[in-house]
Ligand binder design. Structure first.
Ligand SMILES: C[S@@+](CC[C@H](N)C(=O)[O-])C[C@H]1O[C@@H](n2cnc3c(N)ncnc32)[C@H](O)[C@@H]1O
Length: 220
């Protein structure tokens, strides 16, 4: 049984807030890798939220599964899909991502957009490993999120400040974990994936978001 809905309040304003805070770069970041999808690809959106990129994937003919612990978020996702005529109906799962077993769930693409940042470092690593297990050999795991700070001391300080304002809000309203910005490519590589592409998204000319595409090698 899913636990209490931490996005019961935030879930209603989440999308608008993300757009405004990022100068409309977050939606671009979340959709960045969907252009790679082919009809009939199996695609999982972990912690889907409002799911606009899931809708785009479904409209491209992908077989989309969305999972979220928050009923509020899933309801937003459902209403975004209302009235769409799709090649495959979207499968909604109201549950913890850890309850999807790799034996029954293997996807061509797994999207983790602004999902891994809700966890403490140790738990985040467990989630990365689990998402890698849900990705079929030869498939891809996509992480869209705040980019790891680089550049000169001023750029890095700005990126940290920008992140800490956002994370503080979510610690207060959704009890997300409080932590520094994670360097996702490092963890993706640690769990056996190869970095295939990184796209950056800038606000005021500063690289604040990235979409990281990681490939799971075919064993053997
Ligand atoms: C910061 S929001 C991101 C939503 C969406 N991916 C986006 O980019 O707009 C994180 C989402 O992950 C969901 N979530 C958190 N922990 C989860 C878990 N263990 N299993 C499934 N969903 C979870 C939350 O309910 C929330 O909808």
């Amino acid at each position: 049984m899913p636990s209490a809905d931490r996005y019961r309040l935030m879930g209603h304003i989440y999308e608008v807030l993300a757009r405004l805070y990022s100068g409309f770069q977050i939606p671009k970041c979340k959709e960045a890798m969907t252009s790679r999808l082919e009809p009939d690809d199996g695609v999982l959106f972990a912690g889907v939220g409002h799911g606009r990129e899931a809708k785009k994937a479904a409209e491209m003919g992908a077989r989309v599964t969305v999972v979220d612990l928050s009923e509020t978020m899933l309801e937003k996702c459902r209403s975004n899909l209302d009235g769409c005529s799709l090649r495959h109906p979207v499968r909604h799962i109201h549950d913890d991502i850890f309850h999807l077993s790799p034996e029954n769930h293997q996807y061509d693409y797994v999207f983790a957009n602004f999902f891994l940042n809700v966890f403490k470092r140790e738990q985040m690593e467990r989630v990365v490993r689990h998402l890698a297990e849900l990705t079929r050999p030869g498939g891809h795991l996509v992480v869209g999120d705040f980019a790891f700070p680089d550049g000169n001391v001023f750029a890095r300080a700005f990126k940290h400040l920008y992140w800490y304002i956002a994370v503080s809000l979510f610690v207060l309203f959704t009890r997300n974990a409080f932590h520094d910005i994670y360097n996702y490519p490092e963890y993706l590589k640690k769990y056996g994936l190869q970095i295939a592409e990184i796209k950056y998204f800038k606000v005021l000319g500063i690289k604040l978001y990235w979409s990281v595409l990681a490939r799971k090698p075919v064993e053997g």
